[in-house]
Design a binder for this molecule. Structure first.
Ligand SMILES: [Zn+2]
Ligand SMILES: [Zn+2]
Length: 436
């Protein structure tokens, strides 16, 4: 298998770099998705496309029946103006290194397509390219939900809702990192969960110089709200890892008119449901306070975000060994279970439904989500993760899938799909508050 990947290494790295040069944000990854489809075709791997708009799912089917292991790559970029590889029109840029994941996913496909591999497998490997991991453009995605195109607002969430993980028993992916703490590979730890807020402050336009007394200033409402939010920070406990942050996504239209339509896209993160629920209620109070102070209205849409990541300990141990074979055991870091990276991923959602891992590969430099985040070691971003994931799949599914069955026996799911959907739909809400 390693020889097959090495033989295709230029092809794989070229694919990753093509994705880097074609950055597209979530649910709009048309060209990236088409590229993945074309590469799977070149490998002769049958697949379905257009799942959750741009997602792809193919299979390597083993000779014997057994569990299904998913290998996942994320298709999307985010918007980081000024990144050297940003799209000048959309601002989209691969400032989270997901292009490396696409190379690694294709590399695992190459490895598992090597002669003799399928014959050794009892079970299947699902190769999944998911849209929209970055939880952005919430107003746009909420619009897609209102028209019935989406149910949940991220790629893996939608794959779960659509039943695309119903036939999958466990899942893995590898994300790039630039943190020295992550060594060459890094395993374990956890991430924050979150909810998103899509907020419209609705005021009344009037001449900003001639008759401001007739206007209701939606931007002032937003400023009061954000200052009130800052006043909440002393109430947060460090151990809850709460992060409250957001952007003004529309701040007015003409400077000589009192701004009447101001949009805020916010995020409430925390280590567990209790801390997120508490902080979310505080954010709502602050948003209403802005409307109350100015006499504006505020529409608050709360969107179910991600669940904290649960890395499966047996899968962690298996990946640790395979990663150690590739880079030496001393260069594989194991993070304590409670080490919270602060960010969030929808792999956390999946990890509540099945055993899953979300390791990191130290292949990048610069700050994640920053203008200087670049993959500078493509062997470590693409080739070694591909080999590690393919070997993991073989380890799990060979010998009548004895290891995969052991993982499943030791790690019953935290929740069923029905429980998950109920939880997530229960975290969606919408209100219109009139400040008067
Ligand atoms: Zn990211
Ligand atoms: Zn990412």
């Amino acid at each position: 298998m390693d020889a097959a990947v090495d033989g295709r290494s230029l092809w794989l790295i070229e694919a990753a770099k093509t994705v880097l040069n074609t950055p597209e944000v979530g649910f709009l990854e048309a060209k990236t998705s088409a590229l993945v489809g074309q590469k799977l075709n070149e490998l002769g791997i049958a697949h379905e496309s257009g799942i959750a708009l741009t997602g792809i799912k193919g299979y390597i089917r083993g000779a014997n029946p057994g569990p299904t292991v998913a290998i996942i790559g994320e298709l999307d970029a985010l918007r980081i103006t000024g990144h050297p590889y940003s799209d000048p029109e959309t601002g989209a840029a691969h400032a989270c290194g997901h292009h490396g994941q696409i190379g690694a996913l294709l590399g695992a496909a190459v490895a598992l397509s090597a002669p003799g591999v399928r014959e050794s497998l009892s079970g299947n490997v699902a190769l999944i390219a998911v849209p929209a991991e970055e939880f952005i453009d919430i107003g746009y995605r909420w619009g897609l939900r209102e028209e019935g195109t989406l149910g949940l607002l991220s790629g893996k969430q939608e794959f779960i809702r659509l039943g695309q993980f119903d036939d999958v028993d466990m899942a893995m992916m590898v994300h790039t990192s630039s943190s020295p703490e992550d060594a060459r590979f890094s395993l374990g730890g956890t991430s924050n969960g979150h909810v998103a807020k899509y907020v419209e402050f609705i005021g009344r336009a009037s001449h900003a110089g001639g008759s401001p007394e007739h206007g209701v200033n939606a931007l002032q409402a937003a400023m009061v709200a954000l200052n009130a939010l800052n006043a909440q920070r002393e109430t947060m406990r460090n151990e809850d890892a709460v992060r409250l942050h957001g952007i003004i996504s529309a701040g007015g239209t003409s400077v000589n008119s009192v701004p009447a339509d101001v949009r805020y896209e916010g995020r409430v993160r925390g280590r567990d449901f209790e801390s997120i629920t508490d902080a979310s209620a505080k954010m709502d109070r602050c948003l209403r306070a802005g409307a109350l102070a100015t006499g504006a209205k505020v529409r608050i849409v709360t969107v179910a975000g991600y669940l904290p990541m649960l890395n499966d300990p047996v899968l962690v141990d298996m990946f640790r060994r395979r990663a150690g074979d590739l880079v030496g055991p001393a260069r594989v870091a194991i993070q304590p279970e409670d080490r919270n990276r602060g960010g969030s991923t929808d792999m956390g959602d999946l990890s509540h439904l099945m055993p899953a891992i979300h390791p990191y590969t130290g292949a990048a430099s610069g700050g994640g989500h920053g203008v200087d985040y670049l993959i500078d070691d493509y062997d470590q971003a693409v080739i070694r993760p591909a080999k590690a994931m393919a070997m993991m799949a073989v380890d799990l599914l060979s010998d009548n899938a004895v290891r995969a069955r052991e993982v499943l026996a030791k790690s019953p799911p935290r929740m069923t799909k029905a429980e998950y959907l109920k939880l997530q739909y229960g975290r969606m809400s919408e209100e219109l508050y009139e400040g008067k």
